[in-house]
Design a protein around this ligand. Structure first.
Ligand SMILES: [Zn+2]
Length: 75
């Protein structure tokens, strides 16, 4: 079995990890509701992308509320 010849020193380990830092998320302003949102994604607040609505945000929250109420009634 292959075994490392010597242990990795703290400096070498630090040098290797110097490239592992996470980058801050880049956010863009939604053209419809002017909220900050991820680029190249539909807006999670109003559900629009490229000037038109592509997600049914209201319906989704409504269905979620109905589901929660149903679960509450079953208890
Ligand atoms: Zn929006």
């Amino acid at each position: 079995m292959a075994v490392p010849k010597r242990k990795v020193t703290p400096v070498r380990q630090g040098n290797r990890r110097s490239h592992l830092a996470l980058k801050e998320k880049q956010l863009v302003e939604c053209k419809q509701c002017h909220q900050l949102t991820l680029p190249h994604r539909a807006c999670t607040v109003c559900g629009s992308y490229n000037g038109r609505v592509v997600l049914d945000i209201e319906g989704k929250t409504q269905r979620k509320a109905e589901k929660a109420q149903k679960a509450k009634e079953q208890q």
